[in-house]
Structure formats: C-alpha cells, structure tokens
Design a protein around this ligand. Sequence first.
Ligand SMILES: Nc1ncnc2c1ncn2[C@@H]1O[C@H](COP(=O)(O)OP(=O)(O)O)[C@@H](O)[C@H]1O
Ligand SMILES: [Mg+2]
Length: 359
Amino acid sequence: MGKTVLLKRFQEGAEERSWVTLPIDLDARFNYETELIALLTNSSVRKRETLSALVATRRRIGEVAGAVLRSVNLSVGDWTASLDPKFGEATVDLARPIVEVVETGIDAGKAGVLYAIDEAQFLKDDPESGEFTLSLLLSTFTQLQVARLPIALVLSGLPELDKVLGHTRPQTERLFRGLAIDTLDDAASTEALIGPLRGSKIAFDARVVELVLPEMAGYPHFIQVYGAELWAAAHNRGAKRVTQKLLGETLPAIRTRIRVDIYDFRMRQLSPSQRDLLIAASRLGPPPITVDQLSVSASPGEDPQAACDALVQLGVIVDRADRGEFTYTVPGFHDYLLNRADAWSSALPAARWDDWTLR
Ligand SMILES: Nc1ncnc2c1ncn2[C@@H]1O[C@H](COP(=O)(O)OP(=O)(O)O)[C@@H](O)[C@H]1O
Ligand SMILES: [Mg+2]
C-alpha cells in the first residue's frame, strides 16, 4: 500500500522541475493495444489543449522562448520513418500523440513530459491473443528516448508488475529503477500516527503508541483508522491526551471499522466461488498459501492456478518472493476468514443476508 501516493510524489517532483505530467489510471479494459493507444492519445490531446493556451499566452507577451529552448528537433514526420517496424503502425500511433504533446510542452517552456501510469499491472503481453500492450509501450518509449525526446515513464502497480516486466524484456532492469513498497517500520508507523497531531491540542501517550504498533502491523490503512478513531474519541470527550483507558474504550469501534471498511470491503469485491476458495484455504492453516493448497480447496472443474491469478490481480493475495507462496495483502486476513466464514460462505446464504442487514 502506498503506490498511488508515491506516484503522486513523482508527479509533484516533475512539476517542480517544470515537467508536464500526464497521470493515467489503467484497469483491465486497457490490456489491448488499440485501447491503450486510445487512452494515451486522449490524455495527451487533452494535455496539449491546456498547454496550447500557455503557448498562446507566451506568444502574446513576447516570450517566444520555445524555438530557442528547443534542444530536440521534433517533427512527427521524421519519427514515423525511424521507428522500429516490429510493432508497425501501433508504435507510430502511440508515438504521435506523445511527440505532439512534447512539442507543445517545449513551446510552452516546459522541460519534458512525464507519463505517470497507475495500476500498471494490467499491462501484459499475451501471445495467445496477440496483444503485446506492455512491449508496445516500452518499445515506443525506449525508441523516443533514444532519439532524445525528453520523456519519462513511471509505472506503479501491484508486485506482479515486477514479474511481468522481467518476462517481457530481459533488459528491463536497465530501463527501470525499481522501488518496492513494503509495510512501514515502527519509526515510520509512529510518525504516520502522531505526526499529523503536531501543533494540535491532542497528543498520544507513549504507552498507547507502543500498544497499537503491533496492531497496526505497519499497514497504512490501519494506521489511518487508528489515528482517526482515537483522535475523534479524544476530541468528542474534550480530552487532551489519548490514554490507555481511552484506547481500551475505543478499540471495539476501531476493530469494527477495520472489519467493515477493509476486510468486508475486499470480500464484497470477490465472487462467491472466490470467497469459498479463500475460506477453504484458510482452514488448511495460516499463510503462506500454495497453489497446491488451493487445488485441495478448489471446487471440481475450477482451475486453481487461474483462481490464484485472479486473486493476485484483485490484490487479495501476493507472492512477495516469487516462490509460489502467497500471503494476504492485508494483515490479519487469515483470522478474519476463520472468524467470519459464516457470513460469507455460499453454503450459508441465509446467515450472510442477516449479517448484511445488521451491518
Ligand atoms: N508511507 C505512508 N505513510 C503514511 N500513510 C501512507 C503511506 N503510504 C500510503 N499511505 C496512506 O495509505 C492510503 C493508501 O495509499 P495508496 O497510495 O492509495 O495505496 P495503493 O498502494 O493502494 O495505491 C492513502 O490514504 C495514504 O494516505
Ligand atoms: Mg492505488
């Protein structure tokens, strides 16, 4: 957790350095070459429209530095001839809007263009369907960069992105600088919890921080719930300190909110058979879960590998070390599955409905 936050930091850093930034959010629909090209084209064209206004203003006030600043001689015509024909027209189609936005950006006095792509794990190469979305993107960007076009690409996504990049091109480790995000350590968790309170009228007792650190498990979303609920509890009572007593009184509300907002929320995104599979796997023991364990739990006719891949795509489980050993992305999910099985198992639809209405 923290991928989108980090991607935004890259955008802020780029903007501070006078770069144009294009944030792009992917989902499963865009794993087709034509869809990806359309998406990048639309957002490039829109960005170019806003930049054009800037160019016009610069011209009006006589600040036509664009032509002088230009370090690269850009022209779409030159490009089409020099692009690697491996992807044929697709590379040209993708390159054109990028070149155009860079051109306009430089005219507007910008230093370059950053494409910040979120949820990039949806990009894939699929020989079966003949869609090579990831290769197309990387190949186009590489060729434009080799030609010294000032463009940068930041991809943010679930850990499987790493694997996908490696499979696509053995040399991607030279193309990319990788940053892995893990859970927060105790110091970072403490800062995330109490930092926002600095300069406010409410403070945490040191003992309370000590007690909640293991509960929060370094998971940013948990830290936010603990921080928000404890702050609200102190505020409502007019208290200046979050004490151990206040923590004791607030814990049930915190646990309920985590259950409803985090665990139940995830379960609701799953299909009944995916829920049943997770519940069955949880009964075999604590994580890591292997595909073999999923095979035992899978219903007849269900492909355990495909089921596993789907759960990874949904961000429910993750194979951090790429060893075929999956853990839950949200801490405590195993206990939740054991305790709440009745509420979600398709074997007990009546109980699930009661639970839903009570929530
Ligand atoms: N390093 C961090 N410290 C404190 N809070 C964080 C940190 N990283 C993420 N968060 C919080 O966690 C939430 C989820 O982060 P986000 O970047 O949206 O996660 P995702 O990986 O799902 O994109 C955000 O509301 C953010 O404020
Ligand atoms: Mg995100």
